[in-house]
Design a protein around this ligand. Structure first.
Ligand code: SF4
Ligand code: SF4
Length: 216
């Protein structure tokens, strides 16, 4: 059992400690809060990437993603080919009154169509208005911060390494082609080499002769 009154003394000590600390209250909305870049505010939709695979809606624990779509027939790419069908997005909405910001939908999306935006000013007077449709989700997409820079000592991503390899190969092929063309143009007459040689010889020769002449 503790000393009688020790709890009260501890409480007063905390009060005294915090009384002397500087207040950090932000006067919102006059002062905007400084949020960490990866803040989970709302979810932005980049609908060009969405293939209507429905994974996000199926995995959402709150069932608060609503997607409607229809199928469209795409003509064959080449004559004699087969027609294909693709899903066309009609509706994509998220009910933020139900969303618990778990981020599962963003994690499972295989096509990078969903992103966290730090936008937080989306309060509504009616709870039903917290279901935001695709236009609003797309608007929020433009508030999504750029991804953080890679660690400078990190291993180069495979895609970059492959792209660099292809660019190096192309540059080497172009250089070889240019060298080949140069050899071809210089080969038959050998005029390019002679012309240069003559110019150099003449220039040097006359300089030397004049110099020598003046000295003697
Ligand atoms: S963050 Fe979680 S709860 Fe919210 S829509 Fe995505 S999966 Fe559903
Ligand atoms: S998981 Fe991604 S691609 Fe699939 S429906 Fe959802 S947002 Fe679209």
């Amino acid at each position: 059992m503790g000393i009688p009154g020790s709890g009260l003394a501890k409480g007063l000590a905390v009060t005294l400690r915090t009384m002397t600390r500087k207040s950090h209250t932000a006067q919102y909305p006059d002062a905007q809060p400084e949020l960490p870049p990866r803040t989970r505010g709302v979810i932005g939709l980049f609908e060009e990437n969405c293939t209507v695979c429905m994974l996000c809606a199926r995995e959402c624990p709150d069932w608060c993603i609503y997607i409607d779509s229809h199928k469209e027939t795409v003509p064959p790419a080449a004559p004699g080919g087969r027609e294909r069908s693709r899903n066309v997005l009609d509706r994509f909405a998220i009910d933020f009154a139900l969303c618990m910001y778990c981020g599962i939908c963003i994690e499972v999306c295989p096509f990078d169509a969903l992103f966290w935006s730090p936008e937080f000013e989306y309060a509504e007077e009616d709870i039903r208005d917290l279901t935001h449709e695709r236009d609003k989700l797309r608007e929020w997409m433009w508030t999504v911060p750029a991804p953080p820079a890679l660690d400078p000592r990190a291993e180069e991503p495979k895609e970059l390494a492959a792209a660099r390899k292809a660019a190096d190969k192309l540059a080497a092929a172009e250089a070889a082609q240019a060298a080949e063309a140069e050899r071809g143009s210089a080969g038959p007459g050998g005029t390019a080499g002679n012309g240069n040689g003559n110019r150099n010889r003449n220039g040097n020769g006359s300089g030397t002769e004049h110099g020598n002449g003046a000295a003697s």
